[in-house]
Ligand binder design. Structure first.
Ligand code: GLN
Length: 196
């Protein structure tokens, strides 16, 4: 079974560890650079991206993460995790940077105060005909995508909330908390395809 690291500096990493374990993956927390050495894929969870960014620098993880992503490590980012992966972050705070690799620009907290958090059913064609119930919590949106990026899901108003680029996968929302494991399965398929 594939060994999947979950970046465990901050945020809802426990939920991802639980889903991945339930799907039969060998899921493990990533807190230091050496934790990156033995994994086949990585999940970056939801949380607060500016804090995650600071902690990743403090723990010396930012550069090794960049190198791993450049080297083709499959990575799935949810919400703050997607922000961490984005090449461009709009409305960042506190000198926040990102690890990058994903040719997208994302806007933090894009839904404003009224729609701070909301739930909706999303069509995700790549996951089949059944819509996915999606939970957005102070979520980012993807404002633009590069040529090599596939859009996997958009809201009814056209705003992009799920993307893929080769070995990278990102969602603005949180499949790790709804019990719908299709995105995690999709990611595990990507990891298996990559390690074969
Ligand atoms: N608003 C958070 C950020 O900018 C993301 C929220 C989340 O991960 N649920 O990092």
């Amino acid at each position: 079974s594939p060994r999947i690291g979950v970046l465990a500096l901050q945020g809802d990493f426990r939920e991802h560890l639980a889903v991945l374990t339930a799907l039969g993956a060998d899921a493990t927390s990533v807190r230091r650079p050496s934790d990156l050495e033995s994994i086949d894929g990585l999940v970056i969870p939801g949380g607060e991206s500016s804090v995650m960014d600071k902690l990743s620098r403090l723990f010396g993880l930012a550069e090794p993460l960049k190198a791993a992503i450049d080297g083709g490590l499959p990575v799935y980012g949810t919400c703050a995790g997607l922000i961490m992966l984005a090449d461009t972050v709009l409305d960042s705070i506190d000198g926040q940077q990102s690890i990058g690799g994903f040719d997208v620009s994302v806007r933090r907290n894009a839904f404003g105060s009224q729609l701070d958090s909301f739930e909706t059913d999303l069509d995700v064609p790549v996951l089949g005909d059944v819509p996915m119930h999606a939970v957005f919590i102070r979520a980012p949106v993807v404002e633009s995508v590069g040529e090599s990026v596939n859009v996997l899901a958009s809201l009814a108003d056209g705003r992009i909330v799920a993307v893929e680029q080769g070995h990278l996968l990102g969602t603005s929302f949180h499949p790790e908390i709804t019990g719908d494991t299709r995105f995690h399965e999709y990611f595990l398929d990507k990891v298996r395809a990559h390690s074969n």
